[in-house]
Design a protein around this ligand. Structure first.
Ligand code: DLL
Length: 434
């Protein structure tokens, strides 16, 4: 069952007419209310009234994460703070997060799109949705929560962590749908096995997994271990949060991006030219209904391709392929977005360490691990062990405080981390997405 059949099945022509109308209104609004956009449009020599077709979108400049950082915290908001009812944030390079604000209508729109996403994954009023996405500044928990309520399902706002209790509740409350990151779902499966719990005896039937990269092989494993159908959900806080695109239960091949609210484009990240349908590139999204913080041609840095082929589920909205990487160096560690430069700026602020470091990411028992190898200066290295221990604990603590990720710091002798002649290799990601 679709949540909003009329809009989810709009014929392409009608969908595009709606997109154009909404795009034009949004452009007028940001031009009038957000100095950043007025300057950017003037720089590109375009006015909102010049945009007479969807094709004309390509005349507008891109918006980047850097632009959002430079506007910290509220400069990109297009609505007055009195109208903002919710604020979320995700991590940023200097420890300052990227901030997004929602009006009441934005929250309603997000709830609807998340409800559509859940329904596309076959959820209905009778379902008990076990929501283990984190609640807080991260958009996962509250986004899925509001969507589940909007759909009329029963939502268990369990958030992440305390895995034994999660499994007990899943068993006792009869959870039918699990929403969390794919790596956490695998971790739950392992925990359940050590507890002697067989998922075949549980009511769980569908998992809606996203917020980090995963693979078809991981899907097979999750479906097998949890005895469910595992579906992919995509989203990002800048654009809205979870529910920007969702794989449907029937088609299970690509994620429908809700085109009555977002206009997707795929560009070549080097040339910034739009690439043809089916070609891989970077996803660029324009939000056409958001009030709090509308984004024009936002470069997501996520790599995918798009298809407008009809889907067997009947939805007319385009589908993006499973996300297959990023065009920048962002890594996701236990659901937290981290840029190597963030760790670098922490390290340079600590006395005794050199700016030579290596991040080693791995996955043990389905949980991501981060080891930070960093060189210390000569004098320190010859000091007693205790001094070094204190230093590594201090770095671990700062990383946790600033970025919210747990790490293991390994101090190494000067000049032991390999130097490179070109771009330094700062990250070794040993995680195999199976
Ligand atoms: O991760 C929103 C979300 C919550 C999506 C729950 C799905 C489920 P951010 O913290 O801003 O927002 O991180 C966004 O995560 O640009 C991608 O690089 C990555 N990502 C999100 N979903 C997927 C997915 C949330 N299904 C960043 N596959 C995005 C691969 C994903 N990567």
């Amino acid at each position: 069952m679709m949540f909003n059949e009329e809009f989810e099945t709009l014929p392409r022509q009608a969908l595009e007419a709606l997109q154009l109308k909404r795009l034009q209104l949004m452009l007028e609004r940001v031009y009038a209310n957000v100095p950043f956009y007025r300057t950017a449009f003037e720089g590109a020599g375009v006015r909102p009234s010049d945009i007479g077709s969807l094709q004309d979108l390509q005349r507008l400049p891109f918006t980047t994460k850097q632009n959002m950082r430079d506007s910290y915290p509220y400069a990109l908001f297009a609505a007055p703070l009195e109208d903002i009812v919710r604020i979320h944030a995700s991590s940023g390079t200097t420890g300052k997060p990227t901030v997004v604000g929602y009006t009441q209508r934005d929250i309603e729109m997000w709830s609807e799109l998340m409800a559509r996403s859940l329904a596309a994954a076959s959820a209905n009023k009778g379902d008990i949705i076990h929501n283990a996405y984190g609640y807080g500044l991260f958009t996962g928990g509250l986004g899925a929560h509001y969507g589940a309520e909007r759909l009329g399902a029963s939502v268990i706002p369990i958030s992440g962590g305390n895995t034994k209790r999660q499994i007990m509740i899943m068993q006792d409350f009869g959870s039918t749908i699990l929403t969390c990151t794919p790596s956490y779902a695998l971790f739950m499966a392992e925990e359940a096995r050590t507890e002697g719990i067989d998922f075949r005896n549980l009511k769980l039937r569908v998992g809606i997994f996203g917020a980090e990269p995963w693979s078809e092989a991981m899907r097979d494993e999750l479906e097998d271990k949890l005895n469910i159908t595992a579906l992919d959900i995509y989203g990002l806080s800048e654009i809205m949060g979870p529910g920007v695109a969702q794989e449907c239960f029937q088609g299970k091949s690509g994620l429908h991006i809700w085109e009555d609210h977002f206009i997707p484009e795929i560009i070549n990240p080097e040339t910034c030219e739009v690439v043809p349908e089916g070609t891989k590139g970077e996803l660029v999204i324009t939000t056409i209904t958001k009030q709090g913080i509308p984004l024009v041609r936002y470069r997501t840095r996520d790599i995918t391709s798009i298809t407008y082929e009809p889907c067997i589920c009947g939805r007319t909205h385009a589908r993006i392929a499973r996300l297959s990487g990023r065009s920048d160096d962002m890594i996701i560690i236990r659901g937290v977005n981290v840029f190597p430069s963030q760790i670098e700026s922490i390290l340079v602020g600590i006395e005794g360490v050199e700016p030579h470091y290596l991040l080693i990411i791995d996955r043990q028992d389905n949980l991501d691990t981060l080891e930070v190898q960093v060189e210390v200066d000569e004098h320190l290295f010859s000091d007693e062990v205790k001094v070094l221990q204190t230093l590594s604990l201090k770095i671990e603590k700062t990383i946790k405080e600033v970025l919210g990720v747990t790490s293991k710091v390994k101090l190494v002798e000067p000049r032991t981390i390999q130097r490179s002649e070109g771009k330094a290799t700062r990250v070794i990601d040993k995680r195999k997405l199976l």
